[in-house]
Ligand binder design. Structure first.
Ligand SMILES: Cc1cc2nc3c(=O)[nH]c(=O)nc-3n(C[C@H](O)[C@H](O)[C@H](O)COP(=O)(O)O)c2cc1C
Length: 335
C-alpha cells in the first residue's frame, strides 16, 4: 500500500510563511523518521529551480543515518552534533560536466518555446557559442554552477519548511571534502559544496526567533551604493502580517530551551550555554561587545526539568575530543 498522501491531504503553506518560518534547525528528533515522499518533494522542488541556460548541474546524495550510522564522521567539526542527530543527510554538489551539454539545453529551450527569435536566439548561433567552458575561465563557470546550486538548495529548504521539517546547511572543512569525495566515489567533475541536515525539529520550529540581519538600508540600495532603498514601515507591517517577517530572536525561554536540549541528549554541564541571551548588535556602529556570563546558579536553573533521551550523542564539539575519537576509530587527524 502506498503511503503517499493525496494533494488534498497535505496542509498547504504559502511561500511567505514557508520562507518566514524557516530556521536553521540544529536540534532534531533523532528517532523520528522523515517520510520518503517529503524528501522526494524537496528534490522535486530543487529540480524546478532556475539554472543558467537550464544547465541543471545540481546534484544531491541522500543518506539515512540509521543505514550508515557513522556518516557524521565525514563532516567538519562545527557541525558534528547537528549531523549526528539528523535522521537524514543530503549532500549537495554540482557537476561541471553538465556545462558541456549546455548548447543542447539551450536548443531545447528554443524547441519548447522558452526562448524565441525576437530575443536573438537562433539554433546555429547557440551552436557556435556553447558549450561555454571552451570560452570562459573556470572561476566563472564555478560561480555560475554555485549560484545554480544555491537556488536549488533554497527551493528544497523552503519546501522542507512548508512540510514541517527542519533543515540546516553545514559547511565542510578540507578533510571532510576529501572524505565525501572518496565515500561517494564522486567523479572529478563534481564539486561537493554543502551538507543539509534534515529531520523533525526537537527545538521549537521558530528556533527561538527570527535570526538577526544587518539593517535593511545597509544591504539594499536605489540608484547607487550608499543611497538606501527606503524601508517603508507600512510595508514592514505588511510583511509581518504575511508571516514573512517573524518576531526576532531571542524569544523568551530560548536559553532554557537550548540548555534543556543539551541535557536531554546527554551532554554534561560543561556544554551548557553559559551566557545571557540579548538583543542583536548587528546594527550597532560600535560593533559587538563581549557576551555577559551567567552565574552558575542561573546556568543550572536554565536546564532544570530536562527529560533524558536514550539517543546517544558523541560529544565531539570540542576539537580535542573529536581528535581522540578519530584516533580511536583510525580516522586520520587531517580528515
Ligand atoms: C552555505 C551555508 C553554510 C552554512 N554552514 C553552516 C554550518 O557549517 N554550521 C551551522 O551550524 N550553520 C551553518 N549555516 C547556517 C547559517 O549559520 C544560518 O543560515 C544563519 O545563521 C542564519 O540563520 P537562519 O538560517 O536560521 O535564518 C550555513 C548556511 C549556509 C547558507
Amino acid at each position: 500500500m502506498s503511503n503517499v498522501p493525496s494533494a488534498s491531504e497535505v496542509p498547504k503553506m504559502d511561500a511567505f510563511t514557508a520562507m518566514g518560518t524557516r530556521r536553521s534547525i540544529r536540534w532534531y528528533e533523532p528517532n523520528k523518521p522523515v517520510e520518503r515522499w517529503k524528501i522526494q518533494t524537496m528534490l522535486e522542488a530543487a529540480r524546478q529551480a532556475p539554472t543558467a541556460g537550464n544547465y541543471n548541474g545540481q546534484r544531491a546524495i541522500v543518506v539515512h543515518r540509521d543505514e550508515d550510522p557513522e556518516i557524521w564522521e565525514f563532516i567538519s567539526d562545527w557541525s558534528q552534533i547537528t549531523t549526528q542527530m539528523a535522521p537524514v543527510l543530503v549532500f549537495w554538489m554540482y557537476d561541471m560536466a553538465n556545462y558541456d551539454t549546455m548548447g543542447q539545453s539551450i536548443h531545447d529551450l528554443l524547441r519548447t518555446g522558452g526562448l524565441d527569435k525576437a530575443h536573438g536566439w537562433e539554433y546555429d548561433r547557440v551552436s557556435r557559442l556553447f558549450p561555454l567552458p571552451a570560452m570562459l575561465p573556470d572561476a566563472i563557470m564555478h560561480r555560475l554552477a554555485a549560484i545554480d546550486l544555491g537556488n536549488a538548495i533554497q527551493n528544497a529548504l523552503i519546501t522542507a519548511s512548508a512540510l514541517g521539517l527542519g533543515t540546516c546547511l553545514n559547511g565542510a572543512s578540507g578533510g571532510a571534502r576529501r572524505n565525501v569525495k572518496e565515500k561517494f566515489n564522486l567523479p572529478d567533475t563534481y564539486t561537493f559544496c554543502w551538507l543539509m541536515t534534515l529531520g523533525y525539529p526537537a527545538e521549537s520550529v521558530d528556533g527561538g526567533g527570527r535570526r538577526p540581519r544587518p539593517p535593511f538600508e545597509t544591504m539594499y540600495f536605489e540608484k547607487k551604493v550608499g543611497n538606501p532603498f527606503k524601508r517603508d514601515p507600512e510595508v514592514v507591517k505588511l510583511v509581518e502580517g504575511l508571516n514573512l517577517l517573524q518576531p526576532i530572536a531571542p524569544l523568551p525561554g530560548r536559553l532554557e530551551e537550548i540548555n534543556k536540549l543539551t541535557k536531554r541528549f546527554g551532554l554534561g554541564d560543561e556544554y551548557l550555554t553559559d551566557w545571557k541571551l540579548e538583543p542583536s548588535q548587528l546594527g550597532d556602529v560600535a560593533g559587538d561587545k563581549p557576551l555577559k556570563p551567567l552565574s552558575k546558579e542561573e546556568i543550572i536553573a536554565s536546564a532544570e526539568g530536562a527529560e533524558k533521551s536514550d539517543f546517544e550523542l558523541h560529544p565531539t564539539v570540542k576539537r580535542e575530543e573529536l581528535e581522540s575519537y578519530r584516533e580511536k576509530r583510525g580516522i586520520s587527524a587531517n580528515d
